[in-house]
Write a protein that binds this ligand. Structure first.
Ligand code: IPE
Ligand code: IPE
Ligand code: MG
Length: 240
């Protein structure tokens, strides 16, 4: 299955403890390591983590700086672990505004894990669903202009091949932590039929135990993709 997580509540976690917000982000990053490790055991084949949205640049400069420092550290410290654990890392989003040294680490990690066939880990960094759809539209328009494709060729299937998640299945389940029940520009195209789950737990407190409970609860949900066919749901439900 493909699981997406909107990791929210780092700031609130820190504020509740009278700590700087950066502490919440740091603690959140250690949760990432834990969740990535457990995914293969839970039958999760693809994990998409929303790490930084295109809107998050509007936060205070010191908070953006602390997040970038954290990404830099994560890429350095987890490089070998991800390679050795057979994780295939894919970055979603527009890397252009990100510091060059971080982008070069991202590219290096994608290249080093390209042939891994364990967990696919999508990290959405400077990502938003609308931005992705606009980038796709521009690329399709430009390929049309270069006569690579005809207007008649544009359909769901072709559009999918231009997305940052090209050739991946759509998420079966999206979990958002910290209580807000919204999507905040995450994977807009891909979540057309995803199940949604909202938990009150702030991301720095989110445990593998809670993840197991959520997957257990959600596997009983029925997805019929607009049909009324009871058999349809069986082939499309996800197994834990
Ligand atoms: C999520 O936690 C992390 C990012 C968006 C980068 P927040 O920082 O949004 O935490 P809250 O929502 O302020 O508690
Ligand atoms: C969504 O969280 C983005 C990430 C988790 C990276 P935000 O905290 O930025 O979203 P809003 O502001 O609550 O919509
Ligand atoms: Mg938030």
């Amino acid at each position: 299955m493909h699981l997406g997580i909107i990791m929210d509540g780092n700031g609130r976690w820190a504020v509740q403890r009278r700590l700087p917000r950066a502490f919440g982000h740091k603690r959140g990053a250690s949760r990432v390591t834990e969740i990535v490790k457990i995914c293969p055991d839970l039958n999760v084949k693809t994990l998409t983590l929303y790490a930084f949205s295109t809107e998050n640049w509007q936060r205070a400069a010191h908070e953006v700086a602390s997040l970038m420092k954290l990404f830099r550290g994560y890429l350095q410290n987890k490089f070998l672990e991800l390679v050795e654990n057979n994780v295939k890392v894919v970055f979603l989003g527009n890397s252009k505004p990100i510091d060059r040294d971080i982008v070069s680490q991202m590219k290096k990690l994608e290249k080093a894990t390209r042939n891994n066939d364990g967990l696919t880990l999508n990290i959405a960094l400077n990502y938003s669903g609308r931005d992705e759809i606009i980038r796709v539209s521009k690329k399709i328009a430009s390929d049309h202009k270069s006569e690579i494709l005809k207007i008649e060729d544009i359909n769901d299937n072709l559009f999918q091949k231009y997305l940052d998640t090209k050739n991946q299945t759509d998420p079966d389940l999206i979990i958002r932590t910290a209580g807000n029940q919204r999507i905040s520009n995450f994977l807009l195209w891909q979540i057309a039929y995803s199940e949604l789950y909202f938990t009150e737990t702030n991301w720095p407190d989110f445990t593998t135990k809670e993840l197991v409970q959520i997957l257990e609860e959600c596997k009983h949900r029925e997805r019929t993709y607009g049909t009324t066919d009871k058999n349809e749901k069986l082939s499309n439900s996800f197994e834990v």
